[in-house]
Design a binder for this molecule. Structure first.
Ligand code: NAD
Length: 266
C-alpha cells in the first residue's frame, strides 16, 4: 500500500546543487516549505548563504554549503557536512549547470570538457555521495536530475549541453534499476526555457551568433514550439520536483518528466 499522496517532506533532508540561483533556489524553497531540511550546495558560497538565510528567516530549516560538483573531494566533504548538520540524505536534486553555446566547428574542447564535467561528472559524483546515506540500512531516497527539453531534442549551438542532458537519462535509468531494490527512485525533470540568469545570458549571445534580434531569439528560437508562447517558470519546475520527491511509492521511477508548455510532448 502506498497511501494517498501528501506533499509533506517533514523529517527529510535534501541536498540541492546549484541552489544559490534560479531553478535550484525555487526547489530548495519549495522543499523547505514542505518541511524538509535543505542544503543549498553551490560553487557560489556567498549566494548559498543568502538563500539559506532567507529560508531560515521564513521559518524553514536550511544551510548553505560550498560545493564544486566537478570535484570529488569537494562533493564528498560538502555531503558529509550536510549529513553531520541535517542528518542522512533522503533527496538529492542534481541541478547545478551552466551553458556554453557555439557551433561544433568552433566549440573549444576545453569548454566541451567543462560542460560535461559540470553536468555529467557532477550528477555522478553527487549521486555516489548521496547513495551512502540512501543505501545505509535500506533508508531509501530519491534522486532528481535536472535535465532539459534538450534531454530529448537538439538545438543548434548546444552540442555539449544536448549530449550531457541526454546522458542524464541513461544515468537516471541505471540508478532506477540498481537503486530500486534498495528503495531509491530516480527521475529526470526536463524544463523548457525558464528565465533564470542562465537563459538571460543566452538571449544576446544567440542573437549575435544566429544574427537575429533578441526578440526573434525569444519568439522564433526559445518559445517557437510551445503551445502558448510562454516561458516555463521556476515555480513550475519546483512544483514538479516536489511531486516527485513526495511520491509515496516506487511505481514512479526511472522517468523523464517534461515541463515545457508543450514544446516537447514525447
Ligand atoms: P542558474 O545560472 O540560475 O543557476 C545555476 C547555479 O549553478 C548557480 O548558482 C551556479 O553558481 C551553480 N553552479 C555552476 N557551476 C557549479 C559547480 N561546478 N558546482 C556547484 N554549483 C555550480 O541556472 P538555472 O537556469 O537555474 O539552471 C539550473 C539547471 O536547470 C541547470 O542544470 C540547467 O541546465 C537546467 N535547465 C535550465 C533551463 C532554463 O531555461 N533556465 C531549462 C532546462 C534546464
Amino acid at each position: 500500500m502506498s497511501g494517498n499522496m501528501q506533499f509533506n517532506l517533514s523529517g527529510k533532508t535534501a541536498i540541492i546543487t546549484g541552489a544559490a540561483s534560479g531553478i535550484g533556489r525555487a526547489i530548495a524553497e519549495a522543499y523547505a516549505r514542505a518541511g524538509a531540511g535543505v542544503a543549498i550546495a553551490d560553487l557560489n558560497e556567498a549566494g548559498a548563504e543568502v538563500v539559506a538565510k532567507a529560508i531560515n528567516a521564513a521559518g524553514g530549516k536550511a544551510m548553505g554549503v560550498s560545493m564544486d560538483v566537478t570535484d570529488e573531494t569537494s562533493v564528498n566533504t560538502a555531503t558529509d557536512r550536510v549529513v553531520g548538520a541535517l542528518g542522512p540524505i533522503d533527496i538529492l536534486v542534481s541541478n547545478a549547470g551552466i551553458q556554453i553555446v557555439n557551433p561544433i566547428e568552433t566549440y573549444n574542447f576545453s569548454d566541451w570538457k567543462k560542460m560535461l564535467a559540470i553536468h555529467m561528472d557532477g550528477a555522478f559524483l553527487t549521486t555516489k555521495a548521496a547513495l551512502k546515506s540512501m543505501y545505509a540500512e535500506h533508508r531509501g531516497g530519491v534522486v532528481i536530475y535536472m535535465g532539459s527539453v534538450h534531454s530529448h531534442e537538439a538545438s543548434k549551438l548546444k552540442s555539449a549541453y544536448v549530449a550531457a542532458k541526454h546522458g542524464l537519462l541513461g544515468l537516471a535509468r541505471v540508478l532506477a534499476k540498481e537503486g530500486g531494490p534498495k528503495g531509491v527512485r530516480s527521475h529526470v525533470i526536463c524544463p523548457g526555457f525558464v528565465r533564470t540568469p542562465l537563459v538571460e545570458k543566452q538571449i544576446p549571445e544567440q542573437a549575435r551568433k544566429l544574427q537575429i534580434s533578441e526578440q526573434e531569439v525569444i519568439r522564433n528560437v526559445m518559445l517557437k514550439d510551445t503551445v502558448d508562447a510562454e516561458f516555463t517558470t521556476v515555480e513550475d519546475v519546483a512544483n514538479l520536483a516536489l511531486l516527485l520527491a513526495a511520491f509515496p511509492s516506487a511505481a514512479l521511477t526511472g522517468q523523464s518528466l517534461v515541463v515545457s508548455h508543450g514544446w516537447y510532448m514525447g
